[in-house]
Write a protein that binds this ligand. Structure first.
Ligand code: FCB
Length: 473
């Protein structure tokens, strides 16, 4: 049994241990000037789908098709950010966030996808950007977060090279109008998600299941569009405007981190991202990808490859779940993917398998494979059940657990000198989670969908602390 003296000794020991943990040398700090922010996307938060001349996007059409969205919902109203953006910027400010990643709705600015611009559509982003800057928050804009103008889809969508060209023109217009205040531009959010799920598996808009030849061409047009947008921002943006992708790379983890397995994980990262980040960074499709696709491989020119690999200023990566755990193999291709156990933990979304070390390995692989000098974590976050407690608060301890563990690995990455410059937590608010509708919540701030009332969750307090300390402990 513990005596009073013993308890006192323990308490003192505890105090020493705590003060040691909190001594500056041992704090898990992030680099000075590290940028902390949140992320959202236009279709998921704005609402106002028919306002101020906005044209329809493929998601407006898709969400209306019976059975496409789990709860039968649409983004027509969503969380009404279009009208409540001032309140939402105030929420960001109360977190202490210094950056915000939002997306511009292409069909607000070009209702037909190309041709005449709708100035009222752009006005919204002007107002938003000014509000952010007034709150001391640096705006980072994404040009494409999946809401393709429907008229372009009617003309073949990403299967058509015209879409890539139209995207370049739209990028040029936005850079010309906003780069006096928006100094960081992301081209395309998660090509591998919207192309594979929208044109391959068919569970995202426009709901197609293309055969390999056509799917490969859509992939190619997406990376081409990225390259054209990089060039357009350089040509039309103010000098010093920085541009890069926001890609959800296939994240490959070494099953156990031996030298051999780490090498295998790097090799696998290059191969599993072959049609997306690899060709963007290297200007060539890997031999293995071309061989695997054979006659179905994309048709391209040398000029395309040089456009696709236009030099970027930074690489944005969205990191949630592991795509593969690998170990080294003597046999080609040099790695073996290991199966996940059915018991592997996941968050509320079944796809969101928990692997905190993903936030260490993803930027490390990008830095090592492609010598990226500036990396942003453009998305990371977790879905949770988020049921308000009797006092009305949401104690999302599972999300806090997820964030704490992922951020520990990000801190480790920065401490080792991996050049991660900022982190955007997905998401500021609960919102329209694509095919899952509104049932799946990712926000730091709870939204009551009946009243649209915003209530910060426990995770918002957690994030505020991390930002204030620029450290985890
Ligand atoms: C990413 C998307 C983002 C959001 C999160 C949960 O794949 O970019 O819009 O849906 O997942």
């Amino acid at each position: 049994m513990l005596t009073a003296a013993g308890a006192a000794a323990l308490a003192t020991a505890g105090t020493d241990a705590v003060s040691q943990t909190l001594s500056p040398a041992r704090r898990s700090s992030f680099p000075e000037g590290f940028r902390w922010g949140t992320a959202t996307s236009a279709y998921q938060v704005e609402g106002a789908a028919q306002e101020d001349g906005r044209g329809p996007s493929i998601w407006d059409v898709f969400a209306r098709e019976p059975g496409r969205i789990r709860d039968g919902s649409t983004g027509d109203v969503s969380v009404d950010h279009y009208h409540r953006y001032k309140e939402d910027v105030a929420l960001m400010k109360s977190l202490g966030a210094t950056t915000y990643r939002f997306s511009i709705a292409w069909p607000r600015v070009f209702p037909d996808g190309k041709g005449a611009a709708n100035s009222k559509g752009l006005d919204f982003y002007d107002r938003l950007v000014d509000e952010l800057l007034g709150a001391g928050i640096d705006p980072f804009a994404t040009l494409y977060h999946w809401d393709l103008p429907q008229p372009l889809q009617a003309n073949g969508g990403w299967e058509s090279r015209d879409t890539a060209e139209a995207f370049g023109a739209y990028a040029s217009y936005i850079a010309g109008k906003l780069s006096d205040r928006v100094r960081h531009i992301f081209t395309i959010n998660e090509m591998s998600a919207f192309v594979e799920l929208g044109y391959g598996v068919g569970v995202f808009a426009p709901g197609l299941k293309l055969e390999p030849t056509r799917l490969n061409q859509a992939r190619h047009h997406a990376v081409l569009a990225h390259g054209l947008a990089v060039q357009a921002v350089r040509a039309s943006g103010r000098p010093g405007t920085r541009v890069g992708p926001a890609e959800n790379i296939a994240v490959v983890l070494p099953a156990i981190d031996t030298e051999e397995n780490i090498k295998a994980a790097e090799l696998a990262t290059r191969e599993l991202n072959a049609p997306y980040l690899t060709v963007m960074m290297e200007g060539r499709y890997t031999d293995a990808y071309l061989a695997r696709e054979g006659a179905a491989a994309p048709r391209f020119t040398a000029q395309d490859l040089s456009t696709i690999s236009s030099k970027v200023d930074f690489v944005g990566v969205n990191v949630y779940a592991p795509n593969a755990y690998v170990r080294a193999s003597e046999a080609a291709p040099g790695f073996v993917e290991l199966p996940l156990q059915a018991s592997h933990p996941h968050m509320a979304s079944p796809w969101l398998k928990v692997a905190p070390e993903a936030l260490y390995w993803a930027p490390r692989h990008v830095a090592r494979l492609w010598d990226a000098k500036d990396i942003f974590i453009t998305e990371n976050g977790a879905s949770a059940a988020d049921k308000p407690a009797a006092d009305g608060m949401v104690y999302d301890l599972d999300r806090v657990m997820y964030l704490r563990n992922y951020l520990m690995h990000l801190q480790r990455a920065t401490a080792e000198g991996i050049p991660v410059r900022g982190y955007f937590l997905w998401s500021l608010l609960d919102n329209f989670e694509w095919a899952d509708g509104y049932a799946t919540r990712f926000g730091l701030v709870h939204v009551d969908y009946a009243t649209l009332k915003r209530t910060p969750k426990l995770s918002a307090s957690f994030y505020r602390e991390v930002i204030a300390r620029n450290a985890l402990a």
